[in-house]
Design a protein around this ligand. Structure first.
Ligand code: SF4
Ligand code: SF4
Length: 351
């Protein structure tokens, strides 16, 4: 069922939903960007449509709700270890004692990214119970995309149309809003505040400026190909591209000690990046992938080859956030195209 609402009607609907759900959406943080007088758009809890940034792509993805930057897994004392958990524990969606489920407002590509996160944490060996506990409390609302942003390449990654799994959609419609409600239980909240009913199809992108060709075959020779070498000097290994990425899942562990004797504290899972120096350090002082170019190779092949070999579809959803955030203007989309060119060149040599 679809509904047309003015701003006041939509806010009354969101108010009604807030009795049962926390609402988590992209928010413009004025003046909190990387440079002076620059804004940043990142996720936060909202109460009204005035709080939601509907017109810009979020610089950071929704994923912090599912994989918090820092999540306590265990508490330890001298003799005992207790698993962190329970609703309202640190690392729960709200990071507070509030145990309401959360509705996350996101775009089509990001809803596809949820499938990738679920794959990694729930379908890649034993279930990650810490992820599952949060995931069970999270639902989704779809933000329609009536145009692509400059760096998006969702069409080529097949993520421009949302998969099923959203409760309702939200699009601008003239001065007001149009919502398609897929969950019957929520329909009364919309019906009570709507100006009228009509068929609503969430807007989706049909054109991108950026185009990417993913490789259909990657020969082993690509691992030593000189195409990676330029990133030894260009990439400063800051890891920003991974932190904003909705599908990156690298983490590390940190033990925090409460006392000087070091016997009481907690173990935390902390977001990390395979691009950052030290991520591949191992016992004995060794380190895999020491050069930035080697790290780039690992990341890029994971996104558009290795993940597909294991699960049958690509990890990257083409949101373009990594290209937007890189301080060295390194384009992930351009690297994928270079990779595919190099793979095809190698294939042609073998024929
Ligand atoms: S690799 Fe870049 S374009 Fe692909 S999902 Fe991650 S941030 Fe988005
Ligand atoms: S590609 Fe760019 S954002 Fe990513 S680690 Fe290198 S310099 Fe940082």
């Amino acid at each position: 069922m679809g509904y047309v609402l003015d701003k006041e009607g939509l806010n009354r609907t969101l108010d009604a939903l807030s009795e049962d759900f926390l609402l988590y959406a992209p928010v413009r943080k004025v003046g909190e960007g990387r440079f002076t007088d620059v804004d940043v758009v990142r996720y936060d809890f909202v109460r009204s449509v005035d709080d939601i940034e509907l017109d810009a792509k979020s610089d950071y993805s929704f994923k912090e709700i599912l994989t918090p930057l820092s999540q306590t897994l265990f508490y330890f004392t001298e003799d005992e270890v207790h698993e962190a958990g329970g609703l309202g524990a640190p690392g729960s969606p709200a990071g507070t004692a509030d145990d309401r489920p959360v509705i996350v407002f996101l775009r089509a590509c990001d809803l596809h990214a949820v499938r990738r996160l679920d794959q990694m944490y729930l379908g890649n060996g034993p279930t990650d119970t810490f992820y599952a506990r949060i995931r069970d409390r999270v639902r989704f609302a779809l933000l329609g995309c009536d145009h692509a942003f400059a760096s998006c390449f969702c069409l080529d990654m097949g993520t421009n149309v949302a998969p099923e799994g959203w409760l309702f959609s939200l699009d601008r419609a003239g001065e007001g809003f149009a919502c398609s409600v897929a969950d019957d239980a929520l329909a009364p909240a919309f019906a009570a505040n709507a100006q009228g009913e009509k068929d609503v199809t969430p807007a989706h992108v049909t054109e991108n400026e950026v185009h990417v060709r993913v490789p259909s075959k990657v020969p082993n020779s690509i691992y030593k190909d000189p195409l990676w070498d330029e990133y030894d000097s260009r990439c400063i290994e800051c890891g920003r591209c991974c932190i904003v990425c909705p599908t990156c899942t690298c983490f590390t562990m940190q033990d925090v000690f409460y006392t000087d004797n070091g016997r009481v504290g907690e173990r935390r899972r902390v977001q990390a990046s395979c691009m950052i120096d030290g991520y591949t350090d191992v016992a004995g002082g060794a380190s895999y992938r020491k050069k930035a170019g080697e790290r780039m190779r690992f990341k890029v092949l994971h996104k558009v080859w290795d993940f597909r070999q294991r699960f049958g579809y690509d990890m990257c959803v083409g949101c373009g956030r990594c290209d937007d955030v890189c301080p060295e203007y390194i384009s992930f989309a351009a690297i994928v195209n270079k990779l595919t060119d190099a793979c095809e060149c190698e294939e042609a040599k073998d024929e």
